[in-house]
Write a protein that binds this ligand. Structure first.
Ligand SMILES: C[S@@+](CC[C@H](N)C(=O)[O-])C[C@H]1O[C@@H](n2cnc3c(N)ncnc32)[C@H](O)[C@@H]1O
Length: 194
């Protein structure tokens, strides 16, 4: 899994090879003592499996939750649906070595946030509703759940809506240097209010 082979080539999704590798390395890097890993937006499980492939190599084995309502309604504009949930479970089963680490929460990100304590999350990956309102709501619901010093990845960073939402939280987020080969994946660190 650490070689140059493409991770999970048969799983549908929008992650370029470098993004898959970065998410896997993030799964390797999180120490379970620092908190859990949360992903907003499972779709068919590609990013989930990449993170889980990292957890597989991580001796501390942090807990990992992947959230998606798979409703095909409202904000998701009928683009996504229950067929994704079915395919997601198929993919987790097919790659069960890694799928075993993924706890699926089939609900909205804001609903799921209520199940977590403040500062319980060491790493948050935001790839759900990409509208400015959607990302703003995700950050409002989840930011305090992330430990100070914890990581927050945004996918689709090229979208103005995602950047605008993140910009509203500039006092509590510090941008980390992004990998030039994966500019669409932006990492921030949660910082304390100054
Ligand atoms: C771009 S896809 C995620 C892709 C996935 N992370 C991957 O890399 O394979 C966006 C997903 O976010 C989900 N979504 C939309 N709104 C959401 C919300 N409020 N909470 C959680 N997930 C949401 C959609 O149902 C869809 O499956």
């Amino acid at each position: 899994m650490l070689s140059n082979e493409l991770l999970f080539p048969c799983v549908e999704g929008w992650l370029i090879p470098e993004e898959r590798r970065i998410l896997m390395m993030a799964g390797v890097a999180v120490d379970s003592q620092d908190g859990v890993i949360v992903e907003i937006g499972s779709y068919r499980g590609l990013s989930s499996l990449c993170i889980a492939a990292g957890i597989h190599q991580n001796p501390t084995k942090p807990l990992f939750y992947s959230i998606d309502p798979h409703d095909g309604l409202g904000v998701t504009n009928q683009k996504y649906g229950l067929n994704d949930l079915t395919q997601c479970y198929r993919n987790f089963g097919h790659y069960s070595t890694f799928g075993q680490y993924i706890n699926k929460l089939t609900t909205y990100s804001m609903t799921a946030a209520r199940m977590f304590d403040d500062e319980e999350v060491a790493l948050l990956f935001i790839d759900g509703d990409h509208s400015e309102l959607g990302v703003t709501e995700d950050l409002n619901a989840w930011l305090q759940k992330v430990v100070i010093g914890g990581g927050i990845f945004f996918h689709d960073w090229e979208l103005e809506s995602v950047r605008a939402a993140a910009g509203k939280f500039s006092k509590v987020l510090r941008a980390e240097e992004s990998d030039p080969s994966a500019p669409n994946l932006q990492l921030f660190t949660r910082i304390a209010w100054s």
